[in-house]
Design a protein around this ligand. Sequence first.
Ligand SMILES: CC(C)(COP(=O)(O)OP(=O)(O)OC[C@H]1O[C@@H](n2cnc3c(N)ncnc32)[C@H](O)[C@@H]1OP(=O)(O)O)[C@@H](O)C(=O)NCCC(=O)NCCS
Length: 327
Amino acid sequence: MRIDKLISDRVAIRSYEVEDKEFCTDMWFDEENGKYLSDPTKEYLDDVYQEAVDTLQDVDYGYYFVIEDAKDGKRLGTCCAFPDDNGTNIDIGYCINKKYWRNGLATDAVSMLIDWARQQSMKTITAEVAKENAASCGLLKKLGFNVKKETTFKKYNMGIEYDSYIFEYNLEEPAIEEIPVENIGEFWDAHIKYLVEDEIITDEEDIEYFKGLEYRGTIEIHMKRGIDRHHLIYFKEAGKRIGAASYTTYKSEDGKCYILDFWVFPEYRGNGTGHRCFEALKKYTKANGAKYYEINSEKEDSVRFWKSFGFVENGKDEWDMPLFILN
Ligand SMILES: CC(C)(COP(=O)(O)OP(=O)(O)OC[C@H]1O[C@@H](n2cnc3c(N)ncnc32)[C@H](O)[C@@H]1OP(=O)(O)O)[C@@H](O)C(=O)NCCC(=O)NCCS
């Protein structure tokens, strides 16, 4: 199976050609570079395997790709993708030449595969990774994949078996990334920018208060407490942060999830992203004890947004702001 070249700023992904064989096999059969691949090292190659490698360009059960430099076409690595029979899941693999590790190339390439799978209306992407493959596990976690199950795989013909994770990426909803309290600084700047630019706070005095250490300190204390902990999260799609939210679920009370802030970054607005983000937040918080939702809002657009989920007005808060709840 073949594709039209996928191109991003730094890397391009194109179908494998016979001329790529040496570059690919040097990497896959290398002891270090191919350590966690199912391919054998050179000494364990047999005719069956050799034959499979010699026909990669023609296979009809999946895609073999080369990752190259978008500017000069220099080969950087490989990836592959195998759709399931009903077209809902695609299983991927990837390998970057060890000369180029830790430059964000796999991040770029897998992000492109995520976009490509989404364009084909796939629902999920899976990848099997040896548990001890810290680089690959780290990459997938960073991109928003989650462990779906644990299993094992063998290196071909070598009698080596790895315990492995099957990671899954859900293309239908954004992933949630929790922000640890130690990283609040970076989040805070984006948060204040949003509050000001979206005119959630307009009064100079309010802006000063929200920027100040007192408010931030209160949030930090609430993030550290044992019960009814406050959460700051990013929404992520294809490894990119597309929005954020700040909420507390009062599990020690009646399970109210109070959403203090919720926003989609401006460049991702206007195509249902907000809906997908809130649905993702609902699923995530429900799994963690939320029973119903409350938000205060007086901006017309925001009120319309919340009402579209079924939020209904329910009195006012202590600042006389209208409250909305969703049961
Ligand atoms: C896994 C692999 C593809 C990563 O490629 P890469 O281009 O170096 O990855 P990136 O630079 O995009 O790194 C992305 C993230 O992966 C994680 N990561 C990468 N290398 C890591 C390492 N040596 N240790 C721990 N985490 C690592 C980090 O989370 C990193 O994000 P950060 O740089 O923001 O911390 C590469 O190590 C590789 O080709 N390995 C051999 C083949 C392989 O194992 N393929 C996967 C089979 S499942």
